[in-house]
Design a protein around this ligand. Structure first.
Ligand SMILES: [Zn+2]
Length: 404
């Protein structure tokens, strides 16, 4: 089984506020020599409802804060309240905001990142939600972003990237919950012949690089055939050799960790992560996340079956059964339950395997394809499509399987 690679595996608050984010417009300066960043964000809300205070989490070591709205300074309060673990809170009164937006700037030392998975390395500076590098509060919903990065290095990230001299512009117009990017001092990259996948890396051997390139291209095309073309266009696949405990996928972007070789287990992780280009629309903060994790894991097993045959697939199914034994139901599982990721990923995949046994491969792929292409994101929609494809009884049975 692949190493853990969940879309989002932090503790999540239960209830959403009514305020909603619209867009982050950022200006990031990265000094790789001084190992320091300075950043200015303009954060626009579409709705502030009746909230009198906004609450964001920022890196705990960030300093030199400045906050304005409509050209005026806005008072703010910083407390030690944490969400990620290496963050702190900033509280902003909404009464002082004009046009539902504000500008927040701060600096930070890259050496202050404590998360061992994302510690600063001179040739691989990785910024994302796990380190709270941008002001975040997932209660405020999804957002789009536009980020200018000024650096002597080069950038890879989620979104459309354009480079001009020493400034990179990264624009993400699909609503998301994270702003992930990597700054390389010296970036190597290869793109597949069909242009579907760009692999960025620092120190892969030519043989490993070529294997990853062939494999990623194959998986990308296999899934495109199964589920339709992905809405994110090209995939940027950033590969490191730190052998850390996490690989993850965002819109059109994967950060994959290996040691120096590309093992079959890593190929499974890659198959799971690439599947997230299709399986990422359901809410990550609730049990509906089974649609992301269960479907990505199930899709990776289809690749395994195709590549290694029925016997390997059957063994993988047995593995899923073993992992799912005695686990609580998927429906309504609390994301704070320590078993939730296992339930949503492996039990979710197992239910899809069993569903395929009942309705056949053709109908199964038709259900998944329709779900993806209709941009659906809920279990209710999944059940409706299943009912239309395979009948009311099977849809009802599947719902029961989510409840037991
Ligand atoms: Zn996943």
């Amino acid at each position: 089984m692949p190493k853990i690679c969940f879309l989002f595996c932090l503790l999540l608050p239960q209830f959403a506020h009514t305020q909603s984010l619209d867009r982050y417009t950022g200006d990031l300066r990265v000094d790789l020599e001084k190992r320091q960043i300075s950043v200015t964000w303009e954060i626009q809300f579409s709705d502030l409802a009746a909230a009198d205070t906004l609450h964001f989490y920022v890196q705990e070591a960030a300093f030199d804060f400045s906050l304005q709205s409509g050209q005026k300074d806005v008072p703010f309060e910083i407390t030690e309240q944490k969400f990620i673990g290496e963050d702190k809170s900033i509280f902003i009164p909404t009464a002082d905001l004009s046009d539902r937006k504000f500008t927040l700037s701060y600096q930070n030392s890259l050496d202050s990142i404590r998360n061992p998975n994302f510690k600063f390395r001179p040739n691989w500076t990785e910024l994302n939600i796990y380190t709270a590098w941008f002001p975040l509060n997932i209660d405020y919903g999804l957002f789009t972003y536009e980020l200018d990065v000024k650096t002597a290095g080069t950038v890879a990230g989620s979104g459309v990237l354009q480079a001009k001299n020493d400034t990179f512009s990264l624009v993400q117009n699909i609503p998301v919950f994270d702003i992930p990017l990597i700054i390389f001092k010296n970036k190597n990259s290869v793109t597949t012949a069909d242009g579907s996948v760009e692999i960025c890396y620092t120190d892969l051997s030519p043989a490993v690089r070529d294997t990853i390139k062939t494999t990623a291209e194959k998986y990308f095309n296999d899934y495109s055939e199964m589920f339709g073309s992905p809405d994110t266009g090209k995939l940027v696949l950033a590969v490191n050799t730190f052998d850390r405990n996490i690989s993850f996928a965002r819109k059109g972007f994967i950060s994959l960790s290996l040691d120096s070789i590309f093992t079959p287990q890593k190929a499974e992780t890659l198959a799971h992560e690439i599947a997230h280009l299709w399986w990422n629309a359901a809410e990550v903060g609730t049990w509906e996340d089974w649609l992301n994790e269960g479907s990505a894991e199930y899709a990776s097993m289809l690749i395994l079956r195709e590549e290694q045959g029925e016997e390997s697939y059957e063994n993988a199914v047995k593995n899923l059964e073993k992992r799912s034994e005695g686990l609580p139901p998927i429906e309504n599982i609390d994301k704070r339950n320590p078993q939730s990721n296992t339930v949503l990923t492996y039990k979710g995949a197992l239910l899809l395997v069993r569903l395929e046994q009942k309705i056949g491969t053709e109908k199964m792929q038709s259900v998944l394809r329709k779900f993806y292409l209709a941009e659906e994101k809920t279990t209710a929609a999944f059940l409706r499509i299943l009912e239309n494809t395979a009948g009311e009884e099977l849809s009802r049975e599947f719902l029961v399987s989510l409840q037991e």
